[in-house]
Design a protein. Structure first.
Length: 313
């Protein structure tokens, strides 16, 4: 049995039946490279659930989710060698990469089906303190949907870069986002009126970040549930193999061949594919070790929830 899980729970996302609502928009994602498509799906998932914790109306939640799906649509026209570059981009390459915001906006505006969602594509890299791109807007001029997308976008980007397969230590990622939610100690040179207006503002919206904390805690509970399901599965397998072992002990103590054969046949009936009379004890030992390992994982996940609940933006 495979005990791996998807990193994000999609329970809330599915509750909106978005597949039928956004069939056309989802089709557009098929043209993206697999990495960007998966990122777009993750961001949409997070945006949907952040909106729920922000108590947004259903119609706005659906709108924001679609914007999340389409936020990187402009990357369709970014050269693949830049999109797929494993190392840091050069300053020139980064300038090209930044154009995915305006390209995505133009693509949306030239398609009547996508036009309502152009704000997500254009503004999702703007920062509340004016240090973002492409326009360097400040909080009052950045559509709130883009502020939500930025929080989800940054979170998934860090998770992907660090190659998380579990939520253990995920609080370190949230601490990075907290830094972006707080005012910078040293701002780059800006006009005096902008400095006065934005010196107390960070890059990302604190309310959306707090909502993300709750989403992440939900996902940790989801992972714990998956771990517990696997532990329960392992315990059933252990119980079965322990029964095999008991039959083996009785077989070894039996004096009559017929009795030995009886217990051995019982052992064979209980064995599953890949298990034999020669290897079942090794498999039993591995299952016991696996339970201990996952019990430790479960504890660390509960500890992670405690850490996150103590975080302050």
């Amino acid at each position: 049995m495979n005990d791996k899980i998807d990193f994000y729970s999609t329970t809330n996302l599915k509750s909106y039946n978005l597949d039928s609502t956004m069939r056309y928009q989802l089709a557009m994602l098929e043209n993206l490279d697999p990495f960007t498509r998966r990122h777009s799906e993750n961001v949409a998932n997070l945006v949907c659930r952040i909106c729920e914790y922000l108590k947004c109306k259903k119609v706005y939640t659906v709108y924001a989710t679609i914007c999340g799906y389409l936020h990187d649509i402009g990357k369709l026209k970014i050269p693949y060698e830049i999109l797929s570059k494993p190392g840091p981009l050069t300053p020139e390459e980064f300038e090209i990469m930044k154009t995915h915001t305006t390209i995505g906006y133009d693509m949306c505006m030239h398609d009547l089906e996508l036009r309502p969602y152009a704000d997500g594509a254009l503004y999702h890299h703007e920062a509340l303190n004016g240090t973002g791109y492409p326009q360097g807007l400040t909080k009052k001029d950045i559509p709130y949907v883009a502020q939500i997308i930025r929080v989800a976008d940054e979170y998934d980007a860090i998770v992907t870069k660090r190659q998380y397969t579990t939520h253990i230590n995920i609080s370190e990622t949230l601490k990075e986002l907290i830094k972006d939610a707080r005012p910078e100690e040293y701002l780059k040179p800006v006009a005096l009126d902008m400095l006065k207006e934005n010196y107390k503002v960070g890059k990302i919206d604190s309310a959306a970040l707090k909502a993300l904390f709750k989403v992440v805690i939900d996902d940790i509970y989801y992972e714990i549930a998956c771990v517990m399901d696997y532990i329960n599965f392992l315990k059933e397998e252990i119980k079965r193999l322990q029964t095999v072992s008991k039959y083996g002990e009785k077989r070894d103590k039996a004096k009559k061949d017929a009795e030995k054969k009886y217990y051995e046949e019982g052992m064979k009936i209980l064995l599953k594919q890949g298990e034999t009379l020669d290897n079942y004890k090794q498999i039993l030992s591995e299952y016991i070790t696996a339970v201990d390992t996952r019990e430790h994982v479960k504890k660390r996940l509960y500890d992670e929830i405690k850490i996150i609940k103590k975080l302050r933006v």
